[in-house]
Design a protein around this ligand. Structure first.
Ligand SMILES: *Cc1c(COP(=O)(O)O)cnc(C)c1O
Length: 430
């Protein structure tokens, strides 16, 4: 049976198939470039594992206090090696990306210190960590003040005002690599490096932390290789490779990592305790696969951008832009588009393909939100997933896809549902 027939069996009409297939073909040169980055990063990760002597014993579980957990300690050495840092903290005890960022911040800031965000507002969940929105246990409650410098209208750093914002209290600067769910561009590692150099020239002892979520392995270097003292991320995004069932990481200078570790566990215990239970094998193997998995997600994002751009929808980033993270936004302008898109992604999933997702009132949001996630790991956003708030401008954000072919099919299926909902005329697919 040929490929088109197989897609037809999966519910993709011949029109949608040939429209998508032509776009896929046109992107092959670009996909080759992404594969080259994956190849480069695959070697980088492999070399880290060889250098650190990952052994079979590293894959076994530990329990109780987790003293001398060779797998955990070796994995942390591998992360440090690959990301070019002195040390790393990579733990299943870190519940999510926000938790990793929270301990990195609270471990490294003291009462009277000031935190600076020199590149605009941080990720939503950090607002309560910092105390931008008042919250129990925030840094603000511990006497850490906060200052923010927004980006210039053209999306560049506002160097002049960053310089003015740095003062004797400024202790830590936090830069978010990915735009997350904002409309600004994501930052290249190179531009993050320029910003770090600028900040350190003004005040060399400022600790620079980069929120690296969604950015890992999309380029050949990580922000830690251009001057960041700490990079922080989630293992149910890129570096977990789709296999990590939980976890977060902090990679950076010995001092920064130690300070975060004593916040995660306790003063005096730091990195010495924390059993890895049975996650070591998945953490190692997921990290090993992460360059290729991140490449699949990147290809899916670019494929979707080109499909929906061709059909006249606003897409961020656009079809040709360079990528610095795996997130894609498509603006449909009406709720039906967001709903049909998400239902197509859900229906394409390996898990829960038979459920139909609907918009609902989620805590913390000011509108209904629809979410598509048929993932092996709950909420995993390195797996193909999408969500969209049901409000103007009716945009959907999606990311992930642990294999190229699943990402491709998911996006084709989203278009199929959009065509079936009558939101795109069949003639536009010619
Ligand atoms: C996902 C994300 C976070 C938070 O991670 P959670 O695992 O959802 O807590 C923080 N910053 C950015 C840029 C993210 O994409």
């Amino acid at each position: 049976m040929n490929l088109e027939k197989q897609y037809e069996k999966m519910g993709i009409s011949p029109e949608v198939y040939s429209f998508c297939e032509n776009i896929w073909e046109s992107l092959k040169a670009r996909f080759d470039k992404i594969d080259e980055t994956a190849e480069y990063n695959q070697l980088k990760v492999l070399q880290g594992m060889r250098d650190c002597h990952v052994s079979e014993a590293c894959l076994y579980p530990s329990s109780g206090y987790g003293y001398n957990d060779i797998g955990r300690d070796t994995l942390e050495a591998v992360y440090a090696r690959v990301f070019g840092t002195e040390d790393a903290l990579v733990r299943p005890l870190i519940a999510c990306g926000t938790h990793a960022l929270s301990i990195a911040l609270s471990g490294n800031l003291r009462p009277g210190d000031e935190l600076l965000c020199p590149a605009g507002k941080p990720y939503d969940t950090l607002e309560e960590v910092i105390g931008i929105r008042p919250s129990v246990g925030s840094l603000a409650e511990y006497g850490v003040t906060y200052r923010q410098v927004d980006l210039l209208p053209d999306g560049d750093f506002d160097y002049e005002n960053i310089k003015k914002a740095i003062n004797e209290k400024t202790k830590l600067a936090a830069i978010q690599r990915s735009k997350g769910y904002q409309t600004r561009p994501s930052f290249s590692v190179e531009s993050i490096g320029r910003l770090i150099a600028f900040i350190k020239e003004i005040k060399p002892d400022i600790i620079v932390m980069v929120d690296n979520c969604y950015g890992e392995f999309t380029e050949r270097t990580e922000p830690s290789e251009v001057g960041a003292d700490m990079i922080v991320g989630s293992l149910i995004k890129n570096p977990g490779g789709g296999l990590a069932p939980i976890g977060g990481y902090i990679a950076g200078t010995k001092e920064c990592v130690e300070r975060a570790a004593v916040r995660l566990t306790t003063p005096g215990l730091g990195k010495e305790v924390g059993a890895s239970i049975g996650v070591n094998k998945d953490f190692f193997q997921g990290f090993f696969l992460a360059p290729v998995v991140s490449a699949a997600a990147l290809k899916g994002a670019i494929f979707a951008a080109n499909i929906y751009e061709r059909l006249g929808f606003d897409v961020i980033p656009d079809g040709t832009e360079e990528r610095h993270d795996i997130i894609q936004a498509v603006t449909f302008g009406k709720p039906e588009g967001v709903i049909a898109f998400c239902q197509g992604i859900q229906n394409a999933a390996p898990v829960d393909s038979f459920v139909s997702c609907e918009p609902w009132d989620m805590p913390g949001y000011d509108s209904k939100v629809i979410m598509a996630a048929g993932a092996f790991v709950q909420g995993s956003s390195i797996e193909l997933s999408a969500d969209g708030p049901i409000k103007e401008p009716y945009a959907v954000y999606f990311q992930g896809g642990i294999t190229t072919w699943h990402a491709k099919f998911g996006i084709m299926n989203s278009l199929q549902k959009i065509v079936e909902a009558g939101l795109v005329a069949k003639e536009s697919l010619k």
